[in-house]
Design a protein around this ligand. Structure first.
Ligand code: PEP
Ligand code: MG
Length: 325
């Protein structure tokens, strides 16, 4: 199998009915970078910047961050890299950054909330990202956005950093692509405002699922209790795809489900044309989609999601579809 997947590396990820699917990989450390050419991924759809912080014993300084990002961009060799702003807190613990004890860390002071309350931390990261992307494209996105106002607040800080850098004669990124992760259900009722505000949206399905189902992703007793391929979550994802189409906003999904062939198949059926996953999943997902009739799946899936008296779990239907495909 491994050999077979390797042989697919240079094959374009196009479905049987001609849909080009962008397959990106997730990364967070320099050791992940060689997987980019090895896997044949189209780029890095999620770069988890907090990993540098999590493996360090003290807070990485501006220069360390800048050097790190510069290395990532250089090693990506011209393929796009989407940097996610620091996602500290919740399940991502940074030992020297002592957050207060919290009753519900997943719902607590984390990610963009923490960054906005510690603007020094955020501005340092923004500056490092801008400097590392001089004369190149900078793609960045914000984790755990809950309200569109948070995006404005970060944009203001970014603007200040841009002004600061140009005042001191630094080169700026050639192009800036600014996105948001969709992980908090409240954004479901701000989709049009959100999409008017950003250049792209990336669904963090691990967190979106945890919050939608009120089921802790780290608690084995409940994390597998509800099915990601069940009707509620697939309907949520379908609404996101429809909003993205309506607003012509580039959309991707970077949670673990993108890396499971059956779930990835469901995502393509829902209308996703870009997904980001662990590099080892690129081969299996590509093998799946090469034989997929995406339009026929969309029809089948829509009918199943619109069915008010369903008798068959969607997962079973998808499994059957995959077997017949
Ligand atoms: C997610 O929540 O789906 C995601 C991609 O981010 P993380 O797993 O790092 O929280
Ligand atoms: Mg997340």
């Amino acid at each position: 199998r491994q050999e077979q997947f390797r042989a697919l590396r240079d094959v374009d990820p196009v479905t049987r009915d001609g849909k080009r699917i962008s397959l990106m990989m997730n990364a967070g450390l320099i050791v992940d970078l060689p997987h980019l050419p090895e896997s044949g991924a189209d780029g890095i759809g999620l770069f988890r910047t907090e990993l540098q912080f999590m493996i360090a014993s003290t807070m990485p300084k501006l220069e360390e961050q800048e050097t790190f990002y510069r290395n990532v961009i250089r090693q990506a060799g011209g393929l796009p890299v989407t940097f996610r702003a620091l996602d500290i807190g919740g399940d991502k613990v940074v030992s020297y950054f002592r957050a207060h004890e919290e009753e519900n860390p997943a719902l607590g002071w984390r990610a963009i909330r923490l960054s906005l309350d510690r603007p020094g931390l955020l501005r340092t990261q923004l500056r490092a990202l801008l400097r590392a992307s001089a004369d190149a494209e900078l793609r960045m996105m914000l984790p755990m956005v809950t309200e569109v106002a948070e995006i404005h607040a970060v944009r203001d800080l970014l603007q200040k950093e841009v002004q600061h850098l140009s005042k001191f004669g630094h080169s700026l990124p050639r192009k800036l692509q600014f996105g948001a992760m969709l992980e908090v259900p409240a954004l479901m009722w701000q989709l049009d405002e959100l999409m008017a505000e950003v250049d792209f949206v990336s669904v963090g399905s691990n967190d979106l699922f945890q919050f939608s189902m009120a089921a802790d992703r780290g608690n084995a007793r409940v994390s597998d209790r509800f099915d990601m391929l069940g009707r509620p979550f697939l309907r949520i994802l379908r609404d996101i795809v429809r909003a993205a189409e309506r607003n012509k906003t580039p959309l991707t999904l970077c949670g673990e489900m993108a890396g499971k062939p059956l779930s990835a198949m469901a995502l393509i059926g829902l209308g996703f044309r870009s997904v980001s996953m662990a590099p080892t999943s690129i081969g299996p997902v590509k093998a799946m989609l090469l034989s997929l009739d995406a339009d026929r799946l969309t029809e089948t899936l829509n009918a199943a999601l619109d069915d008010r008296q369903p008798r068959e779990p969607v997962r079973e239907l998808l499994t059957r579809f995959a077997a017949e495909n």
